[in-house]
Each structure stands twice: as C-alpha cells, then as structure tokens.
Design a protein around this ligand. Structure first.
Ligand SMILES: NC(=O)c1ccc[n+]([C@@H]2O[C@H](COP(=O)([O-])OP(=O)(O)OC[C@H]3O[C@@H](n4cnc5c(N)ncnc54)[C@H](OP(=O)(O)O)[C@@H]3O)[C@@H](O)[C@H]2O)c1
Length: 332
C-alpha cells in the first residue's frame, strides 16, 4: 500500500461514530484505458464493493470515468478498488467508508465527496440489504427502509448541488420487481407490530420507485432539466444479498433461488446503460428492466403516497428543504 494516502477528519464530531469515513486514493500513476468516453465524469457507486455495484463501478472505470465506491468494509473496499484498477487500467478509482444505515456516517461521507468533487455526473444508489429479522438503526429506523430507501433519499439530497453542476447528471436507483408485492405501511413503517422481512424488503423497493418518480416531478417543476433520475430492476442476480443478514432457513432458500439468477455483470447492465449511453441522456422518471423502460406497479404511481413518503423521509432524515443544496449553490 505504498502509494496510498489517507485523509481523515480530526473533528471531535467524528468520535463515537459507527464507522468513520476514511478516504483512500492512489497517487496519479496513469495507465492506458480501454475506453475514454467517460473521462472527466465523476461517478459515485454505493455498494460498489460487491455484486451488481462492483460490476457497475468496473464498467464505469473501463469507460475512463473517475469512480468512487461507497463501502462499509475497509478490507472489501480495498480489494475491490485494487481489482477494478487492475482490470480497467484506470487508476482514478477510490473508496469512502460509510455505514449507509447511519445518517451521520452518510453525511460525513457526503462531505468528503463534496470536498473532492464540486461536480458529480453519475450517482448510482445501488447498495441494498435484506434482513430476516426486525432490526432498528441508531436513527431508530427499520434497517431495510434505512439502507434501501432512506440512504438513497439522503445521499441524493446531500449531493444535489454537485449533481446540478454537471450538464448531464444521472441518478440511478437500483430497485427491484419485488416492489410489485410491496405496500408502504404508513401506519407502521418499521413493521414492528408483526415483522416480515419480505414485506419490509418489498416496501423499501416500492419506496425506491415512489422516490424516483417524485424527485423527477419536483426537479421538472423547478425547471431543472440537467439532472435525470431513473429506477432500475436488475432481475434475479447471483449475489450474496440474501445471505448476509439471514436466518439459516432464509439463507438456504436464497441459495436455491439465486441458482436461477443471472451473473452480477448481467444484472448490472441496465445501471451501466443508464449511466453511460448517449441515448439515455434525455430519459428520466422511468422504471427500467433489461435496458428498456417498463411499467412499475400501480401503487408506485400513486402521487399522494409519493408525497406522503417524501415528507416522512424528510422528517426521518431531519431535512427541512430537500432542495437547499441548490439554494446554497445559487442554482435556484
Ligand atoms: N441480487 C438480486 O437478485 C437483486 C434483485 C433485485 C434487486 N437487487 C438490488 O440490487 C442492489 C445490489 O444488491 P446485490 O444483489 O448486488 O447485493 P450485494 O452483493 O450484497 O451488494 C449490496 C451492496 O450494498 C452494501 N451495503 C449493504 N448495507 C450497507 C450499509 N449499511 N452500508 C454500506 N454498504 C452497505 C453491501 O456491502 P457489504 O458487501 O459490506 O455487505 C454491498 O456492497 C440492491 O439494492 C438490491 O436490493 C438485487
């Protein structure tokens, strides 16, 4: 690790946090790249250390972009960055450690990103998790809702000013067709009364679609046309998502189920398409599967629910004005 340097905040505020974000970046040894059409594009991929996120980050690095992966595990993050650099011959790949279930950790990570980049071109909200049992975060939120929805909502808010500085900013939220079985349990968002992991997962994935459609509407109503946002369904993909926080029965079921799935590289294709294809530039507010838009569930088009969830999400994240980063940057 001779050419790594570490930036670490000395702020007292960082004490006692679950994970203190550290930023590692290789020095500027430039190697030839396979493609260079995304050179100069700054890309953030959450959960880029494994599965679909890793393949997405690798593709963007192959295209010559600057790629930062957000990961909660230093060892995995280091190994992934090393592997992406070796495979892509692109040294502009780094990582930030963040626990996406912790709002304070996420805000710290956002500050690091914003110190490094005043412009962000691609934000792939990809990290996701499955939990068999009810668990609450330090912020008091059910974990699947926190990681799969609120982290997308909050990170996008934090980075909105830098996204607006790009002339073609693209936000991609990785959802799931599981949302077709989902419902937002407004009366008991944590499902604490009778927890069911599948219901909580489906709820969080429905929240992805509702968020994407609502943010798209709100951006358009403010006359903001240089930021697009889309929701992606990757299909059934052979990853470890169903093993990490599972009781053993659910782990066995996931092992059997994923046998019918596609590879993570295949599962990443739609995210990569939306992040990089010229023709995807004008696309926003849609639900995508196999690089094509398709209808999402009836509930996902319920604008009343979308606004209700939006307001609850703002409250849960302590956000007063979602568009305040744009006001700060004099965009509004
Ligand atoms: N696999 C499928 O069949 C499938 C189907 C539909 C949708 N999806 C969606 O696809 C996305 C990617 O999932 P995947 O299948 O590629 O699973 P995966 O390999 O487990 O990747 C999920 C990523 O999210 C990260 N993550 C989870 N909780 C986190 C936290 N609190 N803080 C920071 N990072 C966290 C994981 O980190 P660790 O490596 O440290 O766990 C991992 O990098 C998810 O949004 C998932 O819901 C997957």
């Amino acid at each position: 690790m001779d050419s790594l340097y570490i930036k670490q905040s000395n702020s007292d505020q960082l004490k006692d946090r679950p994970i203190i974000p550290l930023r590692y970046k290789k020095s500027t040894l430039i190697s030839p790249k396979f493609f260079e059409f995304m050179e100069g594009k700054n890309c953030i991929v959450t959960g880029g250390n494994s599965g679909i996120g890793f393949e997405t980050a690798l593709a963007l690095a192959n295209f010559g972009a600057n790629v930062t992966i957000l990961s909660r595990n230093q060892e995995k993050a280091e190994a992934s960055v090393k592997s992406i650099k070796a495979k892509s011959q692109n040294n502009n790949v780094d990582y930030i450690l963040v626990d996406l279930s912790s709002q304070i950790s996420l805000k710290d990570a956002s500050n690091y990103i914003l110190k490094e980049y005043d412009k962000i071109d691609i934000l792939v909200n990809n990290a996701g998790a499955w939990f068999s049992k009810l668990e609450l975060t330090d912020d008091g939120v059910e974990r699947q809702l926190a990681v799969n929805h609120l982290a997308y909502f909050l990170l996008t808010h934090e980075l909105l000013g830098a996204l607006h500085n790009s002339d073609d900013a693209r936000i991609i939220c990785v959802g799931s067709d599981s949302h077709f079985h989902g419902k937002i349990h407004f009366e008991d968002l944590s499902l604490g009364k009778k927890y069911n992991g599948l219901k909580a997962y489906a709820q969080s994935k429905l929240a992805n679609a509702l968020f994407v459609y609502e943010l798209n509407r709100q951006l358009k109503s403010r006359g903001i046309h240089n930021i697009s946002i889309n929701c992606v369904q990757p299909g059934l993909v052979k990853t470890d998502i169903g093993l990490k926080h599972s009781i053993s029965l659910h782990g066995i079921i996931w092992r059997l189920r994923r046998m019918g799935g596609v590879s993570p590289a295949k599962g990443a294709e739609t995210s990569i398409y939306l992040a990089s294809a010229d023709e995807a530039k004008s696309q926003s507010g849609k639900y995508w599967d196999k690089c094509k838009p398709k209808p999402s569930s009836k509930r996902s088009y319920n604008t009343e629910d979308a606004i209700k969830l939006w307001n609850i999400s703002k409250d849960l994240c302590g956000i007063d004005d979602y568009f305040s980063p744009l006001i700060k940057e004099n965009h509004l």
